[in-house]
Ligand binder design. Structure first.
Ligand code: FES
Length: 266
């Protein structure tokens, strides 16, 4: 698959339209930034700046689930996993944030794909959700496997079921919702059942390794979106290194979406 050109992004002022919890320690923020909303592609990300305790600005890389071009808004889902995201959770409606974007390469989303398998684990569900919506617009049937540690970390399932044309299967590590176990298990079952022509995966690396290896064995185009620490988001800091068959690359500029055949998983 030919990867679209990566983007270094531009700075935008974005008004906060909503900022609320959607699951345990997981928030949804809606930003009004019409030009940015019109230019984001599924799988790309943005850097949102928040002011820390010493008034220094911290930039947080965040994936988006959806854009609404008519309203000029972007919906981002983020886990409260550090001081930056906790500070972001305290930003009120009507505040204005500095947002850099669009950043990175998104999913390829080929129009000719008839049936796709989308697999996510943890925060990987955010870019997978965006891919599911993009595929729904191109009339591709998508089966989606959503993995989480426990049911308290699940969000967006009703919207996902409404939008995608295929199955939505949930797997939780503790069995509190859906199937007990990792998302890789139902994903491998689906791969043996349907003739997919596209597989997209985002989540923990063992999940991406197993699902992408089986997809490549079956000759199916497979892309993975790699989660890395991203200090700058535009190629200046080397915090986002990815080992590939072509040497080391940066997740922010060369990814975060990669052809699965390129990535060397540990
Ligand atoms: Fe700085 Fe990738 S995040 S180089």
């Amino acid at each position: 698959m030919a990867a679209p050109a990566p983007s270094k992004g531009r700075l935008f002022c974005a008004k906060v339209m909503a900022n609320e919890p959607v699951a345990s320690e997981i928030n949804r923020i809606v930003l009004e930034a019409p030009e940015l909303a019109a230019s984001l592609r599924a799988g790309q990300f943005v850097n949102v700046a928040v002011e820390g305790e010493a008034r220094q600005l911290t930039r947080i890389p965040l994936s988006f689930t959806d854009t609404d071009e008519r309203a000029g808004t972007i919906e981002l889902i983020y886990a409260l996993i550090g001081p930056g995201t906790r500070q972001l959770s305290r930003v009120g409606e009507g505040s204005v944030l500095s947002v850099l974007g669009p950043l990175g390469n998104g999913w390829s989303i080929p129009e000719a794909a008839k049936r796709a398998l989308l697999v996510s684990g943890g925060t990987g569900t955010v870019p997978i959700f965006a891919a599911a919506l993009a595929l729904a617009k191109s009339s591709t049937i998508a089966d989606v496997v959503v993995g989480a540690r426990t049911k308290d970390l699940l969000w967006g399932l009703a919207a996902l079921k409404e939008k995608v044309g295929g199955e939505v299967i949930v797997a939780t590590d503790d069995g509190s919702a859906g199937e007990r176990g990792f998302a890789s298990e139902p994903a491998l079952t689906l791969l043996s059942k349907h003739p997919y022509d596209l597989v997209l995966v985002c989540g923990p690396e063992p999940l991406m390794k197993v699902v992408s290896a089986r997809s490549v064995e079956l000759g199916i185009d497979c892309e993975v979106s790699l989660e890395r620490t991203m200090a700058c988001g535009f190629g200046a800091c080397s915090t986002c290194a990815v080992r590939t068959v072509h040497g080391m690359k940066g997740a922010c500029m060369d990814g975060p979406v990669f052809d699965a055949k390129e990535v060397v998983f540990p």
